[in-house]
Design a protein around this ligand. Structure first.
Ligand code: C5P
Length: 403
């Protein structure tokens, strides 16, 4: 099964009769979960219309380098940054020559010059053009520069010749593009993450909450998406914007968070509970603002909130379940107890008594606890820590399910 979930593929189409197959390539890439944008050369537009590619990709097609309007929307530099991979299919002999010499005379060639991402070519041309010494020389140069070449296949050609130069089939091209990302730690997995605090309403204007900023959970969601996961982030109220490629679902209270997680969990492979869920909520939310009254004291009747992560870990089809333990003392001991009591696969323990890390800061240090051992991740930025945590979770997940 190939996966391109969360991956952005920039499909470059150059002039050649195989361009009609590019429409099918868009479909195959999308079937695998990719977001596809198309850049067409002038030559390509003689063989297949931009309208067709636009309708299939669901995005405007990019054709001009020097069109101020197009550049203002998403110019060659943005396109080159946007792409996780640039796939040129079909790649003509002319385009291979341009790429080999560093030509930047049109949009597609400038995108290829500017991008830091992998470039993949699926050449398609007449067998004589493919065998030509110049093309072969260009091919050698491109391979030396780590550009990936798919095919070409041999066989009957549109011009009647028989020989090498046929573009590979769309299915094969999409599979080979997906294989570039196979090593991604979370390729093909669905991850559900909770983050932020919850708010438990007392009356229409007051609530009980905590200091959670959501930063750690958001960093983990970003790292999970980067690692190829379909990522759902169930978030309490925070001042953070949604990371790219993450499906964020906003909730306010613990009960709402519980509902949102329940809906998403049945097909999840991994659950990470990074939210600081309020343990209790007022038994009743007053329908009107509570008045001060004459008394110097006020009593709130509270009831326990459902434990979201424990609910997840109790399921028969339980995903790999990771909880947080924010403690002010005996961090490792309490963390391990939590692992056992809630039947978690891993606990990420951190010491919130240390002001320089934890709740509102940008840095954090944690200990990853599972049934075998403790693993220390010393102080680093929350985003770096999140990436490191994801790598450890991926390793443990794989050894649990694919041992
Ligand atoms: O029991 P404690 O609140 O210390 O456990 C923390 C872990 O449990 C965190 O992963 C947190 O997201 C999760 N949790 C939860 N639902 C609750 C309370 C905590 O999912 N009601």
């Amino acid at each position: 099964m190939m996966h391109l979930i969360n991956k952005r593929v920039l499909l470059g189409v150059t002039g050649g009769i195989a361009a009609y197959k590019s429409a099918e390539i868009v479909r195959r890439l999308q079937d695998a979960g990719a977001d596809v944008r198309v850049v067409m050369t002038k030559g390509a537009q003689e063989f297949i219309t931009a309208l067709t590619m636009q309708a299939l990709s669901g995005n405007p097609v990019h054709t001009d380098l020097l069109d101020p309007q197009a550049e203002a929307a998403m110019g060659h530099i943005e396109l080159s940054r946007w792409a996780d991979v640039v796939l040129v299919a079909p790649a003509s002999a002319n385009f291979m020559s341009k790429l080999a010499t560093g030509d930047g005379s049109d949009l597609l060639s400038t995108v290829c010059l500017a991008t830091q991402s992998k470039i993949v070519l699926a050449p398609a041309m007449n067998q004589g053009m493919w065998r030509n010494a110049s093309t072969q020389e260009n091919l050698k140069t491109l391979l030396e520069r780590d550009i990936k070449i798919l095919g070409p296949a041999s066989g009957g050609q549109a011009c009647g010749d028989v020989g090498p130069g046929r573009m590979l089939e769309p299915d094969d091209i999409a599979t080979q593009v997906a294989s570039l990302f196979e090593q991604d730690a979370f390729a093909g997995l669905k991850v559900v993450i909770t983050a932020g605090p919850t708010r438990e309403a007392i009356d229409p204007v007051r609530y009980i909450s905590n200091h959670s900023s959501g930063k750690m959970g958001y960093a983990i969601a970003e790292a999970a998406a980067e690692a190829g996961a379909k990522t759902v982030l169930v978030s309490g109220p925070v001042q953070l914007s949604c990371p790219a490629r993450v499906d964020r679902q906003d909730v306010v209270s613990a009960l709402q968070m519980y509902e949102a997680v329940s809906k998403e969990i049945s097909d999840a492979d991994i659950f990470i509970g990074a939210a600081a869920v309020a343990d209790f909520r007022p038994v009743e939310e007053a329908s009107e603002k509570i008045k001060k009254g004459a008394s110097d004291t006020m009593t709130l009747n509270m009831t326990k909130n459902p434990d979201i992560i424990a609910m997840v870990a109790q399921r028969e089809d339980k995903p790999f379940t990771v909880g947080f333990a924010a403690e002010t003392q005996n961090v490792l001991e309490y963390g391990r107890k939590k692992l056992e009591a809630k039947k978690l696969d891993m606990v990420i323990a951190n010491d919130v008594s240390d002001q320089s890390i934890g709740f509102n800061s940008d840095d954090n240090a944690v200990t990853l606890i599972d049934k075998e051992a403790n693993e220390n991740l010393s102080v680093r930025s929350k985003s770096q820590l999140a990436r490191d945590i994801i790598q450890v979770i991926a390793k443990k997940y794989k050894s649990k399910y694919h041992a």
